[in-house]
Design a protein around this ligand. Structure first.
Ligand SMILES: [Zn+2]
Length: 110
């Protein structure tokens, strides 16, 4: 269990990956096409695709599922406890109908 230092969301981090899977697949597709045409062109796209894939893997990070900030801290840590106090888990909802509908208690005049 972790808490987000940015928005106070409690829960598990979401794994985020940089870049786009479409670009990655596109580069690999162009590599396949290029290697049919020319070995040199294939090599260029191979390097590009490998570099892009490695960059995506290395840029993968765990982030807050709500706001996407990569600064979630363990809830049982001193910082996490301070944050939990700062951000209440479930804000109390006032269920008094008179307050939700201010006019509901008034008598209808005909
Ligand atoms: Zn957050």
């Amino acid at each position: 269990m972790k808490i987000c230092a940015n928005c106070g969301t409690q829960g598990e981090e979401k794994k985020t990956v940089g870049g786009s899977v479409l670009i990655e697949l596109g580069l690999w597709f162009f590599f396949v096409v290029a290697i049919i045409i020319s070995r040199l062109a294939g090599l260029v796209f191979f390097i590009a695709a490998i570099a892009y894939s490695i960059w995506r893997l290395t840029s993968a990070k765990k982030a807050c599922p709500k706001c996407g900030a990569a600064n979630m801290v363990p809830l049982d840590s001193p910082i996490g406890k301070t944050l939990a106090e700062k951000f209440p888990v479930a804000p109390e909802i006032d269920r008094d109908p008179a307050k939700i509908f201010p006019g509901s208690n008034q008598k209808k005049e005909t």
